[in-house]
Design a protein around this ligand. Sequence first.
Ligand code: FES
Length: 506
Amino acid sequence: MILRDAHTVSLWQDYAGGYNVINRADPQQTYDVIIAGGGITGITTAFLLQNAGKNCLLIEAANLGYGTTGGTTAHLNTLVDVPYNTIQQHFGKEGARQVKEATAEAIQLIQHHIDRFDIRCGFEYADAYLFAQTEKEEAALKDTAEAMLLAGLDVSGAATIPVPFSFRKAVKVTGQAKFSPLPYIQRMAAAFEHIGGTILQQCRVTAVQDNDPMLIVTTLGAFRCRQFVYATHIPPGVNLLHLRCVPYRSYVLAATLADNNYPEDLSYDMQQPFHYYRTQVMDGQPYLIAGGEDHKTGHQENTEACFRKLEAHLREAFNIEDIRYRWSAQYYEPADGLPYIGRLPGQTGEIYVATGFGGNGMVYGTAAALLLKRLMLGLHSEYVKLFDPSRIKPIAGFNTFVPHNADVIKQLASRLLPAEKLEQLAGLAPGEGKLVSYEGSKIALYKDEQGALHAVDPICTHLGCEVHWNQAEKSWDCPCHGARYGIDGQVLNAPTSRNLDPHDIG
Ligand code: FES
């Protein structure tokens, strides 16, 4: 089993063995491209560039698939989470059409790789069903369906849906797909190395010196390159993109069913937040994979309750035999609904970024690799402007965006103020963490199952917000830009690369 940035174990993670690298990195040579991040975005980008003649080094802070690629539910869809009427409103009819084209091209590329390298990852084309259960949702579905048709998706009314929920209206969208993500990325990583690429695992990029060539400082030494890519889900450091991407967490269960009535295809309700359902067969065993209960990172006091709510929701409709896996994962919601892919704003060197994929990381990560390849090779792409990280929209963005920034301000300000509420060490149960007041300072305190205390400074090393305890994942999560830390303060997720400061406890 590979490791993931979480305490819970995902279905994919449990079925995956580790990846053993083939080639050795050479600190003496100047690479054409260095890519940070060993998820689907980084690996696909690395493969496409190496295949086009570049000499690439991919650097992963932990193991391949450690981040959200190991925690996704791997829906491959052109029916993206942001409704097409919203995309159309922000980016025009042509922009919505381009989103459909870019995501369809990404699915085709994944299928092409699977065929070319004979990857056994359970890839299947599927239809997607979007269903409304209330009058209000029905009106929203009508608007969304009209916009999808205009954008070129194949949409039609559906009299039935694959999941056993009552509904008022539903539409079917063809041309979607599903797969198991880790066999795919591991095989693509091997394909990358077989054509001369190099991978470094357990190596964190700690600094990028923007010279020519650029110097990429890592925990395993420094490497030089001409072009650099942050495929790290969100770039580290402090950047405008941190104000344009809001971190969320989503909850997933993988269950076996007593009646074997596993739903075919992909299904989505229209609740806020919405639920998503599909089936994947792993080594002959089918699993219902269902997710939802999303919330902004660090904003849910009781993360265990998210799993309980999701389970209760599923048990209402499905004949659940056993909940085999439960996990949560992080995603970044972009302010105006589309990812940011291209040159990193504010940098003079050739530094590229891909972030803000929302809940569509597998398709947007692949679309990002295609776009980055074209950009970095100086080729034409019609999507450059659409996904440009420097774009400034005249709109304020989603309504979740402004509160997010207000939240940043609140969190930064709270550092300057005395703690509003004192919490005592007493009352901390084994396996529990909380912020407590200790000799006038706040500390992030965790008591492990053996009763030992682990204490760290709760001030996020990115921009100084105060981290919150995530009981389900046993992590300290930053509500501002989504950095996450383990119980001893070790970094689990960017945008920071520095651990929380530990406290000694006498
Ligand atoms: Fe930015 Fe914590 S992630 S302040």
